[in-house]
Design a protein around this ligand. Structure first.
Ligand code: UDX
Length: 451
């Protein structure tokens, strides 16, 4: 099949490369000339494992190309994917201006299609509120009387494993009203679904649109729930690792996505929760459990800083116990395997420590450049994660990069002024840390100290 993928951001690039991998002919479109020139040279504007290789291979084979102009490919296209951004507006809702302007451009370019062409399947892949398919339909219909259909096909890609998620989907959700649109979508994804055994879920467009938000909200709710249970574990002397195992082995609950941590971040959960809350308010149906999820996460992002303060308040009794102290911070990205620092808890942690007069030396495997652009010389940048620890009062961990979990803790302890760690990702077991002579704070387990 031949498709257009409009928007070469995160979702668009992964979709373009993924569909090319399935054997389709793909033309990626963006109005940013600099970006298109770079992608054509093989330089991906985003960090995503495996993406560069697919972009290079399929551009070389000719199955994937990029252009500034969607009229280049619309005549022969079976489908056009809208993958442009839906940034958060001030009131929390998703800003649809880019989606609707692409819809208008598709409408104008429809005149280039042969008169006997099958209806163009226009696919909303950007995360959009319920009712957007109807608005996209209206925006295109205002410009053309040639046949087309609008389909909602949300993505469920996780940063860091987006290629794998695309190629081996758990499910493909397709909101459409005609068999023609369903057949085109099945043709596009069929190979992946066959290989992964994933489910094909056909439904109406509003249900597909809501599925995306509901999935993210449900996952966020799970995280906030386990984080709150973790906080309670600390109060009552329980261990969240055991509680997690105990509840996760009930097949109705399941063991995945129950890792307590320093609060969820990223470009999706926080934004999508706000957008869904807005949809609820607009429909006089407040989503109270989600409001609580957001509130719990706001608190959770402070938890590590509160632990640091409590530790040094107790230890020093001085009025400004953090002034002049130096902390090593391992991990800046909102999670491992990405360079993304949007809504990352590390940023709030740095703010809190800096406002109390502490100096922070940071390390991350991918996000250093993004942090340099955002924070400049407000923090120090370590050449490697061991070096960050030299002469620091304590080590803080905000991102679960596997290299940190495999670090030589004896060596780390030797570089720090004292063996004190605040681990926001529970990378180590408290008993082992106690035996190795550490004072170890983590999430939802007893704090071990050498006193
Ligand atoms: C998420 C959804 O998983 C994906 O389906 C959707 O398309 C986009 O949003 P992503 O933002 O890439 O993907 O990250 P994800 O792996 O879901 O993690 C989100 C946040 O939750 C991160 O901050 C992560 O550290 C946190 N998290 C995740 C936990 O704290 N505990 C967990 O058990 C899982």
């Amino acid at each position: 099949m031949q498709i257009l993928v409009i928007g070469t951001g995160y979702v668009g690039l992964v979709a373009a490369a993924g569909f090319a991998e399935a054997g389709h002919r793909v033309l990626g479109i963006d109005n940013d000339a600099g970006k298109i020139a770079k992608i054509r040279e093989g330089v991906s504007p985003i960090y995503e494992p495996g993406l560069d290789e697919l972009l290079a291979r399929h551009q070389a084979s000719g199955s994937l190309a990029f252009s500034l102009d969607l009229s280049d490919g619309i005549a022969a296209a079976d489908a056009a994917f809208i993958c442009v951004g839906t940034p958060q507006s001030e009131d929390g809702s998703a800003d649809l201006q880019y989606v609707l302007s692409v819809a208008g451009a598709i409408g104008s370019a429809m005149a280039l299609r042969p008169l006997d062409a099958k209806p163009l399947v226009v696919v909303d892949k950007s995360t959009v509120p319920v009712g957007t398919a109807a608005r996209v339909h209206a925006a295109i219909a205002a410009k053309t009387d040639r046949p087309f259909e609008v389909v909602s096909n949300p993505e469920f890609l996780r940063e860091g494993c987006a290629i794998d998620d695309f190629i081996r989907p758990d499910r493909v959700v397709v909101g459409c009203r005609t068999d023609h649109a369903a057949a085109v979508m099945k043709g596009l994804y069929g190979k992946f679904l066959e290989a992964s055994g994933g489910q094909w879920l056909r439904m109406d467009p509003p249900s597909a649109e809501l599925t995306k938000y509901a999935a993210n909200a449900m996952l966020a709710l799970r995280i906030s729930f386990i984080n709150e249970i973790a906080g309670l574990c600390e109060k009552v002397g329980a261990d969240v690792d055991f509680v997690k195992q105990g509840i996760g082995s009930d097949h109705r609950i399941g063991k995945f996505f129950l890792n307590p941590g320093p609060g969820f971040g990223g470009s999706c959960f926080p934004k999508d929760l706000q957008a869904l809350l807005k949809v609820g308010r607009e429909n006089a149906h407040p989503l109270r459990a989600l409001e609580a999820t957001v509130e719990a996460n706001r608190h959770q992002k402070q938890v590590l800083a509160l632990k640091v303060r409590a530790h040094y308040d107790c230890a020093s009794g001085a009025p400004a116990p953090l002034a002049g102290r130096r902390f090593a911070l391992w991990g800046l990205a909102f999670k491992a395997h990405t360079d993304d620092i949007r809504e990352a808890m590390s940023m709030e942690l740095i703010d809190s420590l800096a406002s109390l007069g502490a100096r922070v030396v940071v390390h991350d495997f991918e996000a250093m450049e993004n942090v340099k652009a955002k924070l400049g010389d407000r923090v120090e940048y370590a050449a490697d994660f061991m070096e960050a620890c030299r002469g620091a009062d304590a080590l803080l961990i905000a991102t679960e990069w596997p290299q940190y979990a495999a670090a030589d803790l004896e060596k780390v302890g030797g570089l720090l002024k004292a063996k004190v760690m605040f681990d926001g990702r529970n990378l180590f077991r408290p008993e082992a840390m106690k035996a190795a002579g550490w004072t170890y704070h983590s999430i939802g387990r007893v704090t071990v100290s050498q006193a």
